[in-house]
Design a protein around this ligand. Structure first.
Ligand SMILES: Nc1ncnc2c1ncn2[C@@H]1O[C@H](COP(=O)(O)OP(=O)(O)OP(=O)(O)O)[C@@H](O)[C@H]1O
Ligand SMILES: [Mg+2]
Length: 312
């Protein structure tokens, strides 16, 4: 099937001023590539600060002013310019943002969920909005509330409903489930899968491995701004089918797999060699000063010098 989204060798950095006028370039995403096909859910798993939201914001064209982005975001074969991203945003490409601050504080939430629709379509749009809201347990009174009157979980449901109502071709969902009750988590997983069945693509950013396992076709592992592995979800059921030592350690840390704790922290700044060097159990001297490149075959990717097998 065709790639709906292709993120090709993206690097994102911020220029910061330290000690007066000295500039320091902080690289937060390095040479990152991934793709989402039509009808596919790709989950991104990575710890806090690994660059997940920044990637989402680069796709949508909403990086902060001081963020410098290199590389290409390709949507349906077209390299997106900033102007094109703005045209597609909220229509063909939708973000379910991580922060509820993305809601307009001055607009009732029912109104903002339907967005800008022509007058003659408003009645129909409100009917659809009510259906989606009630599916997530948001009663009629919620339509007339302002964002500050919502609990965190309610606000998250409003953001999710808003994206569903826009009927986009690509959804970038940045942590859609924290703070939701278990019924709403189930609904969210069901809706994401349904979108994929309808031929849409979903990039699902999450901390929750179980949500990724239940929802995604492939899972991308982020480490310190790098994609270090992308693998098929079924391979996450057996640690021997995973390729990178960090991915293995993440899965071994799950309670059902013996809760083996992952050691160490991610480097915050650019390193000369493999970003996982400090914590890697299979490193050698070569890994210290050489960044491994990403080997790819048929959507499965691995970035590790010690990997010498074939990518199936
Ligand atoms: N405007 C900015 N200026 C400088 N650094 C920034 C800026 N925005 C983000 N960063 C840094 O970029 C890194 C990646 O941030 P990002 O928000 O993408 O992380 P994340 O993986 O989404 O984390 P979380 O799981 O906590 O949401 C972090 O170290 C963050 O401090
Ligand atoms: Mg984030």
């Amino acid at each position: 099937m065709d790639d709906l989204l292709n993120v090709s060798n993206i690097s994102i950095s911020f220029t910061q001023y330290v000690q007066g006028l000295n500039q320091h370039v902080l690289k937060v995403i390095s040479d990152l590539s991934l793709s989402v096909k039509e009808g596919e859910v790709v989950a991104i798993l990575g710890s806090s600060g690994s660059g997940k939201s920044l990637l989402a914001h680069a796709i949508l064209g909403i990086l902060p002013e001081n963020g410098n982005c290199e590389g290409d975001i390709v949507f349906k074969g077209e390299v997106l310019s900033q102007e094109r991203k703005e045209q597609l945003r909220g229509k063909e490409i939708c973000l379910i943002p991580q922060s509820v601050n993305f809601l307009d504080p001055l607009m009732k939430v029912g109104e903002q969920a339907i967005g800008d629709v022509p007058k003659e379509e408003r009645e129909e749009a409100f009917k659809k909005q009510r259906d989606v809201f009630s599916k997530y347990g948001l009663s009629e009174e919620v339509d007339d509330l302002y964002p500050f009157e919502l609990s965190g979980g309610m606000a998250r449901k409003v953001l999710l409903s808003t994206a569903l109502l826009s009927n986009p071709e690509l959804v970038v969902a940045d942590e859609p489930t924290p703070g939701l009750d278990s019924q709403s988590v189930k609904e969210t997983i069901k809706d994401i899968k349904q979108m994929a069945q309808d031929g849409k693509g979903v990039l699902l950013i999450t901390h929750e491995i179980d949500v990724a396992l239940k929802t995604a076709d492939r899972i991308a592992i982020f480490y310190s701004g790098y994609v270090i592995e992308i693998n098929k979800t079924e391979n996450f059921n057996d640690v021997n089918n995973l390729l990178h030592p960090y991915t293995k350690s993440l899965i071994e840390a799950l309670p059902r797999n013996g809760f083996k704790l992952t050691e160490g922290v991610q480097p915050l700044d650019d390193v000369d060699g493999c970003p996982y060097f400090e914590n890697c159990p299979i490193r050698d001297d070569f890994c210290k000063n050489n960044i491994p490149s990403l080997i790819e075959h048929d959507g499965v990717m691995i970035r590790c010098h010690k990997y010498n097998g074939e990518v199936e």
